[in-house]
Design a protein around this ligand. Structure first.
Ligand SMILES: Nc1nc2c(c(=O)[nH]1)N[C@H]1C(S)=C(S)[C@@H](COP(=O)(O)OP(=O)(O)OC[C@H]3O[C@@H](n4cnc5c(=O)[nH]c(N)nc54)[C@H](O)[C@@H]3O)O[C@H]1N2
Ligand SMILES: Nc1nc2c(c(=O)[nH]1)N[C@H]1C(S)=C(S)[C@@H](COP(=O)(O)OP(=O)(O)OC[C@H]3O[C@@H](n4cnc5c(=O)[nH]c(N)nc54)[C@H](O)[C@@H]3O)O[C@H]1N2
Ligand SMILES: [Mo]
Length: 707
């Protein structure tokens, strides 16, 4: 091998090797962490990636998923041209068409539905991706429809609702840098948020104590925990109320804070008095003495910060109330909006938080249509409607099927995955019933196969976009390779649809950059400067941040509401953070197990990585994690197949017996084509407050499959 060949093989950049490096971001997971990625490019192809050492978020690190970025971008099912369906829905037979042909079909068909059934008969939906959402939301409203909805019908928004009820803010995050004790409720940073795991490591090194509430023995429990409360899934509300009782009875609470800033304390105190340690033990499996110890640890190691759970805690039919009950502890202990406690943080741009506000929400809502019916899900989940306003996507399948209270006939979707919803087969059937369905994705997914037209979008490496990062950073990224085939950024596709439809919205029609400049117009962010320094996030000088302790409370009473003056207006819903079991009153002889559908795996991100070879090889088949003693009792060996049965049906899957899983529980990750767990999470197993599916405590039977 010549020296040059050796240098090329070693992927060394230089004029002789023709290899260059350019920086981008990984957008495989949530926008908050979006890590900096340095791409090695040769002949227009990415040949290697690594974490960007100078990036202020990941400092050169990448997780298992991020490291697969190259395989993800070049997945063999990437869509390279617009496609028109020629077979039956779901069959997967398409013909390639030009963008012109695609628009020629899309525009009249959307307009026809609008004329015949009204604009709200066209729904606009986004899957997990957040980066283009302000544009999509505005598109929906400019079109005249109220039915904008997203994956956030099942993620994070229930958490947001609970904060809006308590404090009027969208979110509050644990101040790990100053906390004395971290209540890691549903916290397993090593699988779900490795950058947070790092921050917990750093805080522990300076003496912070950690209590973890989790049914499983996770890496976080093994490495970062002083006390593990091994709870029965879906019973967390009882534990939170029991902790509150213990703190009150011992007189360890912050009377001064409560008196000044808390509304409804007396009613709440009376309510929690029933949750004695012994009763809580019977309800949750957490020993009474451990509850007492946890309360004492909180008292001795103040200030208290609590994990902000966007999924595990709120993925229950009692989830929103449970999240309220947990966060109420920050009011009792006086650590909401206090150093080392829970710090309110505004959503800055496209679901990312950078410590300041932009006009992102105002931009999205500016064209909200008047005189339209209520959004999908509003009747079934009225508290959601009041606090969120978007459609609650969990009711979409029902409304398409029943056409009640009005029909939904067309759907414009970006990155839709029907398998994300409980009772997903009903949504699959509903999508087949639509008059017209357009899906935009990178890959020809099973959901895209149900569409009439599929549009190809590109990845974060193939586009430029505005981003913000925690700590007050902004960046305007630049593409590192040309978009594959004829794929395009979603933001451009959305703005072009606005143009093609000739919507009364000059701003959207002017394109993504004009929109971003508009969103940033009241901040000192200099877009031109960012564009000229695209390789790294830039510290944004002069942005307005509210100091800790001065956020106040934007609730009707101007206080932290333990008794909600908003919820009290809704008959049948309880203004206190009341408890009931997430497994409802299922018969324990018929369904002795609790199925936890979807706790995070390090090698998976929802449905999008199951077809990435390197990641798939780490867990080649879907596996149900079962407690090893339960498995032994049922004579189930590692790798044997079991049948999981719920009131919605059965599925069969291989097992992985492990002591990490608590007895009586069974875990299966979601998004697998060949073991679709949401098919057996009943379609009506939802939280009446938020509409969120109860994915994490489904009454279940487990039986060994005979050969
Ligand atoms: N690798 C990976 N990371 C991800 C994702 C992914 O798909 N893969 N998804 C991202 C997204 S969209 C989200 S919303 C977040 C979710 O983030 P998390 O909610 O933090 O993630 P999970 O792993 O689902 O849950 C954390 C822990 O909660 C425990 N748990 C489950 N049920 C219960 C319960 O009823 N009570 C208690 N106390 N604990 C319970 C689980 O055993 C698990 O160890 O993760 C994000 N990060
Ligand atoms: N049983 C169970 N179900 C769950 C959960 C659970 O814990 N258990 N978690 C819920 C939660 S918290 C979440 S967040 C959801 C996940 O929500 P999903 O929307 O199911 O997430 P993904 O499968 O990651 O992504 C959906 C699609 O987006 C495509 N995509 C990726 N990037 C882009 C892009 O830039 N543009 C476009 N147009 N498409 C793109 C992907 O190829 C994929 O097909 O699942 C929910 N469902
Ligand atoms: Mo999520």
């Amino acid at each position: 091998m010549s020296t040059l060949e050796a240098r090329i093989a070693a992927k060394i950049p230089g004029p002789d090797t023709g290899i260059t490096t350019r920086n981008s971001v990984c957008d495989i997971c949530a926008p908050g962490p979006h890590c900096g990625v340095t791409c090695y490019v040769k002949d227009g192809k990415i040949i290697k990636i690594e974490g960007t050492a100078e990036h202020p978020v990941n400092h050169g690190l990448l997780c298992t998923r991020g490291q697969s970025g190259r395989q993800y971008v070049y997945r063999k099912d990437r869509i390279l041209t617009p496609l028109r369906r020629v077979g039956q829905r779901g069959e997967g037979r398409f013909e390639p068409i030009t963008w012109e042909e695609a628009w020629d079909e899309i525009v009249p068909r959307l307009n026809r539905v609008k004329e015949e059934y009204g604009p709200s008969a066209v729904a606009f939906f986004s899957g997990y991706n957040k980066w283009y959402r302000p544009f999509l939301q505005r598109l929906c409203y400019s079109f005249g429809s109220v039915n904008y909805g997203t994956e956030s019908s099942t993620c994070f928004t229930s958490t947001v609702m609970s904060w809006r009820i308590a404090t009027g803010e969208d979110v509050a995050s644990p101040d790990l840098a100053h906390a004395g004790i971290f209540l890691g409720w549903c916290y397993n940073g090593y699988y779900g948020q490795y950058l947070m795991a790092r921050r917990v490591e750093q805080a522990r090194a300076r003496g912070m104590k950690v209590i973890i509430v989790d049914p499983r023995i996770t890496p976080a429990v093994e490495k970062q925990c002083d006390l593990h409360l091994r709870i029965k899934p879906g019973t967390d509300g009882a534990l939170a109320l029991g902790l509150a009782r213990e703190l009150i009875v011992r007189d360890w609470i912050d009377h001064d804070y409560i008196q000044k800033y808390v509304y409804g304390y007396e009613a709440y105190r009376d309510y929690v008095m029933d949750f004695t340690p012994e009763r809580v033990e019977a309800l949750t499996d957490v020993p009474a003495d451990q509850l007492r110890l946890a309360a004492r640890m909180i008292h001795t190691h103040m200030p208290l910060a609590i994990n902000q759970s966007s999924a595990a805690l709120v993925h229950h039919t009692n989830g929103m109330q449970t999240h309220r009950a947990v966060m109420a502890l920050s009011a009792l202990m006086g650590t909401y909006d206090r150093p080392g406690g829970m710090i309110p943080a505004p959503l800055t741009y496209a679901h990312s938080m950078a410590g300041f506000s932009t006009l992102d929400e105002a931009f999205a809502l500016e064209k909200y249509p008047q005189g339209q019916p209520r959004p999908v899900g509003a009747q079934r989940f009225p508290l959601w409607e009041r606090l969120v306003g978007e459609m609650q996507g969990c009711d979409l399948a029902r409304q398409i099927r029943e056409e009640s209270p009005y029909p939904i006939k067309a759907l414009w979707a970006h990155g839709m995955n029907f398998r994300m919803f409980n009772g997903d087969r009903e949504l699959e059937a509903a999508l087949k019933k639509l008059d017209f369905f357009v899906d935009t994705d990178l890959f020809l997914t099973d959901t895209a196969k149900l569409a009439d037209i599929v549009l190809p979008c590109c990845s974060s490496f193939e586009r430029g976009e505005f981003k913000v990062f925690g700590g007050g950073y902004g960046q305007w990224t630049e593409s590192v390779i040309q978009p594959l085939g004829e794929s395009r950024p979603d933001s451009e596709i959305i703005c072009e649809l606005a143009q093609r439809l000739e919507l009364d919205d000059d701003l959207l029609r002017a394109g993504p950059e004009a929109c971003v400049r508009y969103i940033l117009r009241e901040t000192p962010v200099d877009v031109d400067f960012l564009k000229a320094h695209s390789q790294l996030p830039q510290k944004l000088e002069g942005v307005k941040k509210i100091p800790v302790g001065q956020h106040g409370f934007r609730t009707p009473t101007g206080k932290f509401e333990l008794w909600s003056t908003v919820i009290e207006q809704f008959p049948g819903l309880n203004p206190l953070p009341t408890w009931r079991d997430g497994a409802d009153d299922a018969d324990p002889t018929e369904y002795p197990f609790r199925l936890v559908a979807g706790a995070r795996l390090p090698n998976a991100l929802h449905s999008r990585l199951h077809d990435v070879p390197g990641l798939r090889s780490l867990r080649p088949e879907p596996m149900a994690d079962l407690n090893d003693e339960d498995a032994a009792r049922m004579e189930v060996c590692p790798g044997d197949r079991v049948t999981l049965t719920t009131s919605a049906g059965s599925l069969s899957v291989r097992t992985n017996p492990t002591p990490q899983v608590k007895a009586g529980t069974v875990y299966l990750y979601h998004g697998y084509r060949e073991a679709d767990v949401n098919a057996i999470v009943p379609p009506d197993h939802n939280d009446p407050y938020s509409g969120f599916p109860g994915y994490r405590s489904v009454p279940c039977q487990v039986r060994r499959c005979e050969a």
